[in-house]
Design a protein around this ligand. Structure first.
Ligand code: OGA
Ligand code: MN
Length: 198
């Protein structure tokens, strides 16, 4: 795991972002995907808000995903395994880069066909706690013609495109990297969250 963590950190230090195709093993991806689908069937996925400064608003012309937050201490074994991996990574970052991360938050997200998330940053003026964004995809057999790419706009570098293939994880600095989700043609599932200092 440490070699993976090292390569993620090297990427972020050099380019402000990094993306790896197989951050999670297939069985964990499948378990998390089933959790998301269960929450969707139970009516537990809700339209996401935009911004914080102007209060909690939803606007499908900015973002069209439905989300559901993970508990801090989940009972579900797949969620426990996921958060344990993230905590290991966060501890590793703190040890090697003195990042002072001390909190995290994650939500499931699903974008239905036709939905997107316009270009934005993840750190709001009233929420400087988000230090790193971490997006892990839960989709099976994604093809480029399915759309739904994540486009990153790192400062001083050209844009970069990643497709939401199951197990892929994209990690970037929340305060500087603008990004957007292009319209998807099929349901697009992820587990997205933030490493924070609060
Ligand atoms: C977000 C976001 C990117 C993605 O939820 O803030 O930018 O690829 N997600 O889902
Ligand atoms: Mn974002």
């Amino acid at each position: 795991m440490e070699a993976l963590f090292e390569s993620l950190i090297d990427g972020v230090l050099e380019h402000q972002f990094t993306s790896v195709p197989d951050f999670l093993p297939p069985a964990l991806v499948a378990g998390l995907r089933e959790n998301l689908q269960t929450r969707l069937q139970n009516g537990q996925m809700h339209p996401a808000g935009i911004g914080r400064a102007i209060g909690h608003q939803t606007d499908a012309s900015v973002r069209g995903d439905l989300i559901s937050w993970l508990d801090d201490q989940p009972e579900n074994p797949f969620e426990q395994e996921f958060l344990a991996t993230v905590l290991q990574f966060s501890d590793y970052l703190n040890r090697t880069c003195y990042t002072g991360l001390n909190a995290m938050e994650f939500h499931y997200a699903i974008y239905g066909p036709g939905s997107f998330y316009k270009r934005h940053k993840d750190q709001f003026r009233s929420d400087s706690g988000r230090r790193f964004s971490m997006v892990t995809y839960l989709n099976e057999d994604w093809l480029p013609i399915d759309g739904g790419a994540l486009v990153l706009y790192p400062e001083n570098e050209g844009e970069v495109v990643f497709f939401p293939e199951g197990g892929r994880m994209t990690f970037f600095k929340s305060d500087v990297v603008e990004h957007e989700v292009l319209p998807t043609l099929r349901p697009r599932m992820s587990l997205t969250g933030w490493l924070k200092s609060v």
